[in-house]
Ligand binder design. Structure first.
Ligand SMILES: [Cu+2]
Length: 153
């Protein structure tokens, strides 16, 4: 009898662990941002994704640390949501129009060349010059030589 109770208890705890196994998945990635307002925006965007349990963005490092249910959410989805809110992530670039609407204090330096609209992620960065500076400063030049540089605009 005692053994039976024990095995039932074991069974219950195993199934509870099984369900929670997908919860509390940890992950982090870099998000561009500048101030406390960015922090709120970034964290809210992350939390808006179903399955995200906690989000903590650090202003200094630019790293957002997350806990989420891996059955419902994944890092890609979360990055996408944050980029939609106006902040560039490692995988996704925010829409220029959304970025422009951010308050002045939140206008962070756009992430790498791929986010400048000069070098789309699809084309090779190399095609647009290997240095970030070259790409950023030649946005105007890119416009006139779309074909040769592989630039977006
Ligand atoms: Cu801000």
């Amino acid at each position: 009898m005692k053994l039976k109770i024990l095995s039932v208890a074991v069974l219950i705890s195993v199934s509870v662990l099984g369900v929670q196994g997908m919860s509390g998945q940890k992950g982090s990635f870099k998000v561009a941002g500048k101030c406390g307002m960015c922090e709120t925006r970034i964290e809210n965007a992350a939390l808006s994704v179903r399955g995200v349990e906690s989000a903590d963005w650090d202003k200094e490092s630019g790293i957002v640390e997350l806990e989420y249910n891996a059955k419902k959410a994944d890092l890609e989805k979360i990055q996408k949501a944050i980029s939609t809110a106006g902040h560039d992530t490692e995988l996704y670039t925010s829409n220029d129009k959304v970025y422009e609407k951010l308050p002045e204090c939140c206008k962070y330096d756009r992430v790498e060349a791929k986010s400048s609209g000069c070098c789309p992620a699809s084309s090779s960065k190399a095609a647009c010059g290997s240095s970030k500076a070259a790409c950023g400063s030649s946005k105007a030049a890119c416009g006139s030589s779309k074909e040769s540089t592989g630039c977006e605009k």
